[in-house]
Structure formats: structure tokens, C-alpha cells
Design a protein around this ligand. Structure first.
Ligand code: T3D
Length: 261
């Protein structure tokens, strides 16, 4: 599928997906959601891809739903249908990918654009980035997973404050609140992101993927259930070639060469 609204590149096991509608701050129309869904299916199939980076072209990361195209929609607006069909599959797909995902937030992230960044496993933001819930300003509920991720990252009361007040958060505030993992100067963002992505893409991918599964499952599990789940996942990790290589490299006092399997 030839993409019009995103661009995609792969280097050394890292797939970078760039939202590419810079004139509208990479806001999300029908085509964007369809292309993102398609690309995430590709990433899930390609074993050679061992880390995913999501970023934006131009001065914004993503301004959420394209409000201009909303005005062009024919018939009554059915947001339940649109979220189920367009947005929710993207959030599910990001969570289901058994590789690390990094949002490299180059500028403003608003509405569902911020939700997409929150749906990634890690976030690195430009010091110029800002974060706007946006939903309350147009009478909507935070969606695309924001009501799930935000309270887990910042606590319930702060999440409600962010959602209700709608004030833009600076990159520095986002870092202090734990909404992003680290900051980079705008001109350094791609390099800093690439450094983390390279480390992750060279790691024992199955182990990282199983760790992701365990961590997300823990958010809904009690300790007994989680201990059993860890035991099962460790059973899988212990049978990987990368585990054997990791132990061998330790004994031989050299750096491991993981193959991601
Ligand atoms: O509809 C459904 O399917 C339900 C799903 C909803 C999910 C959602 O995401 S709802 C939330 C939608 N997003 C917003 O409400 C954010 C709207 N945008 C803003 O509040 C501001 O633009 C920003 C805070 C993001 C950035 O502000 P600023 O001052 O840096 O930029 P700007 O001047 O407002 O915008 C620059 C251009 O981008 C401008 O275009 P123009 O006038 O130069 O031709 C602006 O219209 C355009 N733009 C920004 N956001 C959107 C957009 N165009 C379409 N849709 C947008 N969301």
C-alpha cells in the first residue's frame, strides 16, 4: 500500500513511522487511521523490525482528530463507531506489538494525538513539545486510551485536572509528572531517540516483548496471578536462543550478540 499521510523507514531493525500532514500539525483523518492500522499490521509481521518509533513531520507531533474533515462528514456523527473502527485498533495494535515502541514527540501533541503518544511504551519529547488534552474544549471525553493511560501515569486526581482544565503542559512539566521518559533539545531529538531505539533493537527482543506483556498484564492482575504469569513467560524466555547467547556471552566475558529470537 502506497502511503499518503505517513512515511515509513527502516534502519538496523528500527522502523520509524512519521505522521506526515505537517500543514495541519499531523491531525488524523480517515486516511491516517487506515494507513497507521495497515503499517502496524506490517510491523507485527516483520520479524526483522525490533523497535518502532512514532514521530511527526514539521513543527507538530499530532493535533488529534482532523477537525476540518469532521465538518465534511455526511450524516449524523457516530463517534462510537469511529472510535471502534479507526482509533481503538491502533491503540490495541501498539499495545499488542511484542517490541518496544517509542513516541518521539517533536512538537505539540493534542487530543487523540497525545493518546497515541501515551499508547507507546516510552516517550522522548523535544523541550519545545507541549501536551494538550483538547477534548474538554470541544465537549468530548478523552479517548483512544487516554482515560486508561493518564491516571496510571499521573494518578487519578492529576489526570482529571489535566482532562478538565485542558491547559497545555510544557515538556518540562510532562517530564516531572512522568508523562515522558526524557527530554531532548529539538535538534537532538532524532539522535537521542535513535540511540535508545538502537539499544532496544539490539536487545533480546523476545525477552523485551514478554516483559511488555507482563508489565501491562500486571496493571489488571493481583500478585498471585502475576507471579504465575511471570513464571509462564519466563518459561518461554528461557527457551529463546537469546537467553542461551546471553549466558554464554557472560561466561565468555564478551558482549552478547542477540538475534531477537
Ligand atoms: O471526531 C472523531 O472521530 C472523534 C475522535 C476525536 C479524537 C480527538 O482527537 S478530538 C481532539 C481534536 N483536536 C483538537 O481539538 C486540537 C485542535 N487544535 C488545537 O487546539 C491547536 O491547533 C493546537 C493546541 C494543537 C496547536 O496550537 P498552535 O497555536 O500551535 O497551532 P494552530 O495555529 O492552532 O494550528 C496550526 C494549523 O494546524 C492551523 O491550520 P491553518 O489555520 O494554518 O490552516 C490549524 O487549523 C491546524 N490544526 C490544528 N489542529 C488541527 C488542525 N487542523 C485540523 N484538525 C486539527 N485537530
Amino acid at each position: 500500500m502506497a502511503y499518503e499521510t505517513i512515511s515509513v523507514e527502516t534502519a538496523a531493525g528500527v522502523r520509524t513511522v512519521t505522521l506526515n500532514r505537517p500543514d495541519d500539525l499531523n491531525s488524523i483523518d480517515e486516511r491516517v487511521t487506515s494507513e497507521l492500522q495497515s503499517e502496524l499490521r506490517n510491523v507485527a509481521r516483520e520479524k526483522a523490525v525490533r523497535c518502532l518509533v512514532l514521530t511527526g513531520a514539521g513543527r507538530g507531533f499530532c493535533a488529534g482528530q482532523d477537525l476540518k474533515s469532521v465538518m465534511e462528514r455526511k450524516g449524523p456523527l457516530d463517534f462510537t463507531e469511529t472510535l471502534r473502527r479507526r482509533y481503538n485498533p491502533i491503540v490495541f495494535a501498539l499495545k499488542a506489538l511484542e517490541i518496544p515502541t517509542i513516541a518521539s514527540i517533536n512538537g505539540v501533541a493534542a487530543g487523540a494525538g497525545w493518546s497515541l503518544a501515551l499508547a507507546c511504551d516510552l516517550r522522548i519529547a523535544s523541550t519545545k513539545a507541549k501536551f494538550v488534552s483538547a477534548f474538554s474544549k470541544i465537549g468530548l471525553v478523552p479517548d483512544s486510551g487516554m482515560t486508561w493511560t493518564l491516571p496510571r501515569l499521573v494518578g487519578l486526581s492529576k489526570a482529571l485536572e489535566i482532562a478538565w482544565m485542558g491547559d497545555p503542559l510544557s515538556a518540562e512539566t510532562a517530564l516531572q509528572l512522568g508523562l515522558v521518559n526524557r527530554l531532548a533539545e529539538p535538534e537532538e531529538l532524532a539522535k537521542v531517540t535513535a540511540e535508545w531505539a538502537a539499544v532496544l533493537a539490539k536487545s533480546a527482543t523476545r525477552g523485551l516483548g514478554l516483559t511488555k506483556r507482563a508489565m501491562y498484564a500486571a496493571l489488571g492482575n493481583d500478585l498471585d496471578t502475576q507471579l504465575e504469569y511471570e513464571a509462564q513467560l519466563q518459561g518461554v524466555a528461557g527457551r529463546t536462543k537469546d537467553y542461551t547467547e546471553g549466558v554464554k556471552a557472560f561466561i565468555e566475558k564478551r558482549a552478547p550478540e542477540f538475534i531477537g529470537d
